[in-house]
Design a protein around this ligand. Structure first.
Ligand code: TGC
Ligand code: FAD
Length: 395
């Protein structure tokens, strides 16, 4: 008979190929040796080192599902396992990687011209160029279709547009060289994607101030994008029209979050298990008490179910059989359960949970953000609800 392995309770490793297991091992070793030692200081000081993306690039972790331009061309499940290992350390590090991979390289690969792919993908893949994805605006978050950022024909330069408007809560924007902005074309009212190269922007037309003093995701860098008649050549437009442009890429990014949050939850379980075995009250280790075991059981069951669901959806994704509602289901469920589990396990640490040395509070604060960005959980409830009854409840 098989023995129960709490680190892989439902035997999900049986569903992985040897290549996927190797990729997970490579990512795990990097995260443990290079990211984990940095994270407490990075989180304390809101310090994101851009060289992290270069390190990830060297290991082939960026844009990993893309099969060309120097990228690794691995399965969706393998990319999910990378997200899981990175988020086991910190959601902020996964966030920086997700944006680069799914939200900048993804749209260029899916909707870019051959010239755009050749120009940007190799540098993005190596992490020598950093990208960001600007969809959310100060007045339009859950409802990006109502965006105000506008692209107009340049008044004097033929073949150019000017972009005006502002985006907020944009991961990587203060350090990005390549800024993907979704804006409405004034002539058609249709949403288009524009690749803005920071170096080519005249002074005063592009600002990307950082948003400081965050209470979560402090190990990633977040900022605004402020555009004031910023000139962008027509050749830097993506070849897709409408909201399906940003949303087609969000499917991959949301998939990465669904898988990644299971890494954060597993780290909470691991830390709470160790702590509860070491810490004694009333002459017994905390781990001996039923209420503590229930918290561990609940969280581990959620992590096991969430991981299996993410593997299944990844397999369907690679067969071209994934519906957006499936992605919404695992994004919502895994974020909600990871946040719930992390919050319950925080209690196991008692007062020590308040010290950042125990690392549990960091996951709780981060997982609130994971539940919020790329469609807050209630928004995903409505996407799933629309899939069930065929009626949309957004407006
Ligand atoms: P709706 O009418 O539903 O759709 C408009 C068009 O878009 C298409 N579409 C999709 N296509 C592919 N995949 C999807 N998941 C899609 N969802 C929608 C749809 O087919 C339609 O196409 P067409 O050709 O018919 O025009 O649009 P709506 O305006 O009613 O949308 C409502 C809603 C709520 C579903 C949507 O706006 C939504 O999901 N809101 C959440 C906002 C969001 O996710 N923002 C993400 C910002 S980026 C971010 O957070 C990055 S954090 C990164 C990090 O640090 O890790
Ligand atoms: P709102 O849309 O104002 O929603 C507030 C609340 O109202 C939510 O609980 C929501 O579920 C609820 N709500 C809204 N509409 C409805 C409705 N119809 N029915 C029921 N409830 C509703 N965006 C980017 O474009 N790029 C990025 O790189 C990026 N990175 C981010 C990084 C961080 C750290 C954070 C915090 C956010 C980031 N975002 C990014 C923005 C993120 O996607 C938005 O915060 C998110 O989409 C929610 O939008 P909002 O904050 O404007 O909330």
């Amino acid at each position: 008979t098989a023995t129960f392995d709490w680190q892989d309770p439902l035997g999900s490793k049986n569903l992985l190929t040897s290549e996927e297991l190797d990729i997970q091992e490579t990512a795990h070793a990097y995260c443990k040796e290079r990211l984990l030692p940095r994270v407490i200081d990075a989180y304390r000081h809101e310090d994101y080192e851009p060289k992290i993306l270069r390190e990830m690039g060297e290991l082939g972790l960026l844009g990993a599902t893309i099969p060309s331009h120097g990228c690794a061309g691995v399965s969706s499940v393998a990319s999910g396992l990378i997200a899981m290992e990175v988020e086991r350390v910190d959601s902020g590090y996964r966030s920086g990687m997700s944006v680069q991979s799914s939200l900048v390289m993804g749209p260029i690969y899916e909707h870019g011209t051959a010239e755009q792919k050749d120009k940007y993908l190799p540098q993005l893949c190596q992490g020598t160029m950093i990208g960001c994805f600007g969809l959310t605006e100060p007045n339009h978050g859950s409802d990006p279709g109502a965006m105000e950022t506008m692209a107009r024909p340049h008044p004097s330069r033929k073949g150019y547009f000017t972009l005006s408007g502002s985006k907020t809560w944009i991961t990587n924007s203060p350090i990005a060289n390549l800024i993907l902005v979704w804006a409405k074309l004034e002539s058609t009212g249709k949403i288009r994607g524009f690749l803005i190269e920071r170096d080519r922007c005249p002074p005063g037309t592009l600002e990307t101030p950082a948003i400081k003093d965050k209470v979560g995701l402090r190990a990633s860098i977040t900022g605004m994008i402020q555009l004031d008649d910023c000139p962008v050549p027509e050749e830097n437009m993506l070849q897709v029209e409408g909201l399906k442009g940003p949303f087609s890429c969000l499917n991959s990014a949301r998939y990465g979050i669904a898988f990644g949050t299971m890494g954060a939850l597993m780290d909470c379980i691991d830390r709470a298990r160790t702590y509860s075995l070491d810490r004694k009250q009333f002459n017994n280790p905390l781990a001996k008490y039923q209420l503590v075991q229930k918290k561990l059981s609940d969280a581990l069951s959620d992590a096991a179910y969430g991981t299996l669901a993410a593997i299944q959806v990844g397999r369907l994704k690679d067969q071209g059989m994934v519906a957006p509602e499936m992605i919404s289901m695992i994004k919502r469920q895994n974020c909600d359960r990871a946040l719930f589990g992390a919050r319950a396990l925080q209690e196991v640490f008692g007062g020590n949970a308040v010290s950042d040395e125990y690392q549990i509070g960091r996951h709780v604060a981060n997982l609130f953000v994971a539940q919020t960005y790329e469609g807050q959980s209630d928004i995903h409830s409505l996407i799933i609800g629309r899939g069930i009854v065929g009626l949309q409840a957004f407006y």
